[in-house]
Design a protein around this ligand. Structure first.
Ligand code: ATP
Length: 305
């Protein structure tokens, strides 16, 4: 094998319930992940330099703000895979980004998942998905879901996954913002707001109305059940997102929510046509940098045909 290309989806959190802060500095979460048809593409090729070198190039959406050294999550994942396989192997990785960077759609984790799948194939390692998911969990808590795809409930830090059957396809509109929001800062702001309000974080549990809406493929009920405990913190750090959410609601979206730690905002529509209408209205309202439509659920990282 000389080169392998993998396509990997972004995620939106349908429910993000943030529980108490743990001793290790993470929060216990219930994180209902949903993979949507907004994809990064990663090509892993045999290294042009020495057999053990790992290089990264990034093209596309906000490529300039993505590190290309050892900090790149795809590079980290490839090195972790080589270490696990006891092999010192190299690759040239080319990432074509469409998922917004630091946008709350887990683009970096998606690229890590893509690197695991691509290098597993390029190096002929033949590791099963569950091993890739274990390696991925050490890179970041959203990586196992980017490998699995579909819709799933994540517990713990988000890495303990239970797949959820959905009764249909859901149509989404995403408002991409200028610049990103740092995930650790948003969690920190969430803790700060809770402390200031004297609020104890409740133990996170999966929302029953949300699970029922997913099983039934009921977009209207799903729109009402979307919930993100990080939203007040994201809005406190980026108040302009309030106008973006309002514009989507005014355009008739069935649900409007900050995606993960933001600043991307996600809007649920009733059909592909409805999504196009909401997208047009959001573009016209001038409340975001750009607008994309997508549908979900879609599979996780797969070798492109
Ligand atoms: P999440 O939704 O998982 O909290 P996010 O979507 O907000 O994450 P990412 O796009 O995953 O954020 O990136 C967060 C940071 O990780 C970026 O600011 C960037 O510096 C770094 N990073 C490392 N590797 C990558 C990569 N391959 N793609 C994007 N960002 C990367």
């Amino acid at each position: 094998m000389i080169e392998v290309t993998v396509r990997v989806p972004a995620k939106v959190n349908l429910q993000l319930a943030v529980g108490p802060l743990r001793d290790d500095g993470f929060h216990d979460l219930v994180n209902v992940f949903h993979a949507v048809s907004l994809f990064d593409e990663l090509t892993a090729s045999e290294p042009a330099a020495s057999a053990e070198t790992l290089t990264v190039r990034v093209e596309g959406e906000s490529a300039g703000s993505v590190p290309t050294g050892e900090d790149n999550l795809a590079s980290k994942a490839a090195r972790a895979l080589a270490a696990r396989a006891g092999a010192s192997r190299g690759a040239d990785l080319l990432i074509r980004k469409a998922i917004p960077v630091a946008g709350g759609m887990a683009g970096g984790s998606a690229d890590a998942a893509a690197a695991l799948v691509a290098c597993n194939e390029l190096w002929g390692l033949g590791l099963p998905l569950e091993n890739l998911m274990e390696i991925g969990a050490d890179i970041g808590s959203d990586v196992p879901f980017a490998l699995l795809g579909g819709t799933a409930v994540g517990r713990g830090k988000g890495e303990l996954l239970t797949p959820v059957e959905t009764g249909g396809t859901f149509h989404w509109v995403f408002a991409l913002a200028d610049g990103g929001l740092s995930t650790p800062k948003v969690y920190g702001e969430c803790d700060r707001l809770r402390e200031a309000a004297g609020e104890e974080a409740a133990w996170p549990i999966a929302s029953e109305p949300l699970m029922a809406a997913l099983h039934e493929g009921d977009a209207k009920a799903l729109g009402l059940a979307l919930v993100n405990d990080l939203q007040p913190a994201a809005l406190a750090l980026r108040p302009s997102l309030g106008r973006t959410l309002d514009a989507g609601r005014d355009a008739g979206a069935l649900g409007a929510i900050v995606s993960g730690s933001g600043p991307t905002c996600a809007f649920l529509a009733g059909s592909g046509t409805h999504a196009a209408e909401v997208a047009l209205a959001l573009t016209g309202a001038g409340v975001c940098r750009s607008v994309v439509t997508a549908s979900g659920p879609v599979p996780g990282a797969v070798v492109a045909g």
